[in-house]
Design a protein around this ligand. Structure first.
Ligand SMILES: [Mn+2]
Length: 424
């Protein structure tokens, strides 16, 4: 299904006066609203193909109905999101869950919805039907060379699919590690993984990037071979200028200072991409900004400051993506909330009075530094985010339109109640 521009502007009319009032108030209160809106208009967040269906846990999965049954329907769902918020103009694919049958047709369909292909994702964390060598004891780290070869070849195949679709980056997340002390020789596992990554790196087209994603634990519970940002940075530095670290918010140990990690990776020119989600305990994959919105703001503060210091383009120079799983919410509603949280945090970070913050830091004025940050965090900038959407033809209130149009009911009507998205 599609939601037309006319339908959206009809709903916008209903709430336009109210929006105009709150926007005018904000414009009269804070400086440079116009510049902020322009930055928001340009900013896009990629949606992963696996976030469109109901995720499960190792205990159960409760399907919500009307889930996309194939890649075409996943693109259609992201098209719906993008029509509503105009900030979800990219899709991140997972191979082998989303192998395009006809790449040209898939590319054309995505373009029809205004979508481009963001980073490609490989999968060596599960065995596929008919696969010769098992990944039970790892992929690139594996003690058996044939298993390592198979994992390298798979990643090169993912690059090939990405080239056909016009993607320009590969994200490698490895579940490799060990569950028990003594199971693994750490140095050998590292070296094997490095050798494999080198071969994958060598297969990258000239303009491509390789993102090395890290994660502290799970599915392995004693050691992970790319377990933290230091290990990822080691790999990225050894691989070369096209290799970067990717930060997934959920992949840290509790209370890790992610904003500091981001600042240092940016300083080193080695931050490549971002996976947004939120968590209370571990890799919970909850809605962005639902648990720790202040942390998200502090991360964006470092992102904006670090990127500006290096003269980086906010839109293009980092890969921005959501990586979440939806167990109880309608996935599309969850994604609308997530994108809104990202846009709001980005707006707040742009709004920080950097000159005053710098002065406070230089003068060891801890109180003022906190006041400056919290002033930006506590100023309600939602009208600016809504105005950016409005200017691009999106909805002032995306979630309300989604509900009023009964999108999920329509999708269930089209696709059925008992559908399962590929890969879930
Ligand atoms: Mn991730």
């Amino acid at each position: 299904m599609k939601i037309s521009g006319n339908t959206i502007s009809g709903y916008n009319q209903e709430v336009f006066k109210e929006h105009e009032r709150s926007l005018a108030y904000l414009a009269g209160t804070i400086p440079n609203t116009e510049a902020l809106i322009r930055r928001l208009v340009e900013f896009q967040v990629a949606i992963p193909s696996w976030a469109l269906g109901t995720g499960g846990t190792r205990f159960a999965r409760f399907s919500g109905g009307g889930e996309p049954r194939n890649l075409e329907e996943k693109i259609e769902d992201i098209g719906l999101l993008h029509a509503l918020n105009r900030s979800s103009g990219a899709i991140s694919l997972h191979i082998p869950w989303d192998i395009p049958g006809d790449a040209m047709a898939i590319k054309a369909l995505a373009a029809e919805h205004g979508l481009r292909f963001d980073a490609m994702n490989s999968n060596t964390f599960q065995d596929q039907p008919g696969q010769e060598h098992s990944y039970k004891f790892g992929s690139l780290q594996h003690v058996d060379k044939k298993t390592r070869r198979q994992a390298v070849d798979h990643n090169i195949e993912v690059i090939r699919h990405g080239v056909e679709l016009g993607s320009d980056s590969l994200t490698v997340w490895l579940s490799d590690g060990s569950c028990f002390p003594g199971q693994l020789n750490f140095r050998e596992a590292f070296q094997n993984t490095l050798e494999g990554l080198k071969e994958i790196y060598a297969a990258l087209p000239a303009h491509w990037k390789l993102f090395v994603e890290y994660k502290a634990f799970e599915p392995n519970f004693y050691s992970t071979t790319v377990g933290d940002w230091g290990q990822s940075l080691l790999y990225a530095n050894k691989l070369g200028p096209k290799a970067y670290t990717l930060v997934d918010l959920g992949h840290h140990l509790p209370n890790a200072n992610i904003e500091q990690i981001v600042a240092l990776l940016l300083m080193e020119g080695k931050l490549g991409g971002f996976h947004f989600n939120d968590s209370k305990y571990g890799d919970d994959d909850l809605t962005v900004g639902s648990i720790k919105p202040y942390q998200l703001f502090l991360i964006f503060n470092e992102l904006v400051d670090g990127m500006d210091t290096r003269g980086m383009d906010h839109r293009r120079d980092l890969g921005w993506m959501i990586d979440a799983s939806h167990n109880v919410k309608d996935p599309l509603e969850d994604l609308l909330q997530s994108v809104e949280a990202i846009m709001l945090s980005y707006a707040q970070a742009l709004f920080i009075d950097r000159k005053s913050l710098r002065e406070a830091q230089q003068g060891n004025d801890v109180v003022s530094a906190q006041e400056i940050l919290q002033n930006a965090f506590r100023t309600d900038l939602r009208p600016l985010v809504a105005e950016a959407r409005l200017r691009m033809g999106g909805a002032l209130q995306p979630l309300a339109v989604y509900r009023k149009e009964k999108v999920r009911k329509q999708l269930i009507g089209e696709r059925g109640l008992k559908t399962v998205a590929t890969g879930l």
